[in-house]
Ligand binder design. Sequence first.
Ligand code: BDR
Ligand code: CA
Length: 321
Amino acid sequence: MARPIVLDTDTGVDDALAICLAMRSHEIDVACITAVSGNIDVDYATANILRTLDAIEPNRRPPVARGAGRPLVREPVCADEVHGGDGLGGAHALTDDDGRPTYPPSDVPPAQDAAQDVILREIRERDGDITLVAVGPLTNIARCVQADPAAIGSVREIVVMGGVFDRPGNVSICAEFNIYADPHAAAIVFDCGAPITLFPLNVTEQVTLTRDAVNRHGNDGLGRFVRDITGHTMEFAAQYEDAQGMYVHDALTIAYLVDEGLFGFRDACVTIETSGDISAGLTAADLRDRPRFKDTPNARIALSVDAPRFLALFEDRVLRG
Ligand code: BDR
Ligand code: CA
């Protein structure tokens, strides 16, 4: 039976790719998709989920709900230099030959209820079956923990893209964007008692989606959507990351639910630094082969991935789509 998930996203480019992979994977039943402020403002994030679903044209559309417009404590930070001002690499402004927008705002409205209420309702109704997949700042999930800790404690698993260990981050010298954007929320979630599987930069930066692969399939269907939204991020990546293409961080969480064997894991106790000009958003864990600090593990951390196998899966389900 397909595994029911709630997908919580600050819909920038790699978030949209995660939505595409989830919607195109029969192993997964996307119960709802919720938006959070992060890469971009939450209203854009909500609109981008709806636009992405329009591009996918699924048989059954999951409900989409708008969530937190700002972090629990800190001022909002965004990542529009990576994802473009619209979060989809400038795709909002693209036009067809006849001058009409290629990706117009969706006709389908978001749900009336706030993301937190939609998430908690799904958890309660599905009685321990839901997997929460969080690929943005953890604000919505932390709010759910605050509102109903027992419900969150009952989920099957929380799968998080975030954090970085023993190497520089991508938004500060020691922090990864999703954790940095709302470290207080992350601290609450890592303390909530539910089983957490974490995909930090250590593993997501092992996979590059190349320009060549995207261009090969970029003429029509979902492949064209992917080509249209990834160009801006590819340009950014060429300056700072990998000249061949871009990282697709968030899509790895979905691939894990399709094929867990793609990844290698280590159990550890993850703590989040919530303060300090330099240290806010730092994720700490003793990942040595013989750990000296043996606190009870609160997470399973993905540290290795079979990148070619992941890319074959992505190509097959999304780029050829
Ligand atoms: C994470 O930050 C965001 O910019 C991406 O969407 C991803 O979730 C990578 O650090
Ligand atoms: Ca994201």
